[in-house]
Design a protein around this ligand. Structure first.
Ligand code: TU0
Ligand code: ZN
Length: 258
C-alpha cells in the first residue's frame, strides 16, 4: 500500500498509479509574478453557514473531518467555479519538528502545514466517487498554516486528536464549522490539478488562498502525536511529513484573483 516512507512514498507512487506522471498533477510551486490576473475571475463565495461536521478519523495518511454532503447546505462557488461544489471533508498535511510540511509552495517557500477542504460538483455528478474521476469533478480549497500564535479555534480539533491516535480510529465530531479556519482574505491562486494522494485523479480545480492562517508550534505538535500505524502494530510510526512535493507544471497557467 502507499504511504510517505522511503519505500512506499511519493517517488514510488507511479508504480501503482501511473497518472502520478500525468500532465495535471498536484501540488505545484506557485510563482506569484508568473500568475495571470484574470478579470473574469469573480470573488470566491464560501457558504458554510449551515454545515456541520459528522466525525473525525485517522485514515493512516491524515486526520480527516467528514461532513454531511446530502444537500447543498455547505458549498463553495464563484471564483473559477461554474457550479456550486459541496463540502465533503477536510484534512491536513504537515512536516516534522521544525520542517516545512505544506504541499504547495510559493516561490519555493514551504509553510508548516496545509489544510485541504475537499468539495465535489453535485450539479453535474451524482456521487463524490463519480465526480472524483471527472476533470471538473472536485474543487479543493488549500489554506496554508504558518507557525505563530495559537489559533483560537484549532484547539477544537487538536483537543480530540487523542481519540484518533491510531490508523482506523473514528469518533463523533459534530457541530464544527470550518468557516472558523478561514483567513480574513479570500484572495486566491487557481489552476487545474489532481488529488495529491493516490489515486491522484486529475479531477481537481485547485483554489489556494494567498493568506495563511497562524497556528502555534504547540498545536502543530499535537498533529504529530497521531500515528500512521494501527493500535495493534507494535511498531509505532509518528504521523508526520505526510506531504507530496511540488510536481512539474507542464505548461499549465496559474491564475490569480484580483
Ligand atoms: O490531498 S487531497 O488532494 O485533497 C486528497 C483528497 C482526497 C479526498 C477524498 Br474524499 C478521498 C481521497 C483523497 O485523496
Ligand atoms: Zn490533501
Amino acid at each position: 500500500h502507499w504511504g510517505y516512507g522511503k519505500e512506499d512514498g511519493p517517488s514510488s507512487w507511479y508504480k501503482n498509479y501511473p497518472v502520478a506522471e500525468g500532465n495535471r498533477q498536484s501540488p505545484i510551486d506557485i510563482v506569484p509574478n508568473e500568475a495571470s490576473r484574470d478579470r473574469d475571475l469573480g470573488p470566491l463565495m464560501i457558504n458554510y453557514d449551515h454545515c456541520t461536521s459528522i466525525n473525525i478519523s485517522n485514515n493512516g495518511h491524515s486526520v480527516v473531518v467528514e461532513f454531511n454532503d446530502s444537500d447543498d447546505r455547505s458549498v463553495i462557488k464563484g471564483g473559477p467555479l461554474d457550479n456550486p461544489y459541496r463540502l465533503k471533508q477536510f484534512h491536513f498535511h504537515w512536516g516534522g519538528k521544525g520542517h516545512e510540511g505544506s504541499e504547495h509552495t510559493v516561490s519555493g517557500k514551504g509553510f508548516a502545514s496545509e489544510l485541504h477542504l475537499v468539495h465535489w460538483n453535485a450539479v453535474k455528478y451524482k456521487t463524490y466517487g463519480e465526480a472524483s474521476t471527472a476533470p471538473d469533478g472536485l474543487a479543493v480549497l488549500g489554506i496554508f498554516l504558518e507557525t505563530g500564535d495559537d489559533h483560537r479555534w484549532l484547539h477544537m480539533i487538536t483537543d480530540v486528536l487523542y481519540t484518533v491516535k491510531y490508523k482506523g480510529s473514528i469518533t463523533d465530531f459534530k457541530g464544527f464549522n470550518p468557516k472558523c479556519l478561514l483567513p480574513s482574505s479570500l484572495h486566491f491562486w487557481t489552476y487545474l490539478g489532481s488529488l495529491t494522494t493516490p489515486p491522484l485523479h486529475e479531477s481537481v480545480i485547485w483554489i489556494v488562498l494567498k493568506e495563511p492562517i497562524e497556528v502555534s508550534e504547540k498545536q502543530l505538535g499535537m498533529l504529530r502525536m497521531l500515528l500512521f500505524t494501527e493500535e495493534e502494530d507494535n511498531q509505532k510510526m509518528r504521523m508526520e511529513n505526510n506531504f507530496r512535493p511540488p510536481q512539474p507544471l507542464k505548461g499549465r497557467r496559474v491564475r490569480s484573483s484580483n
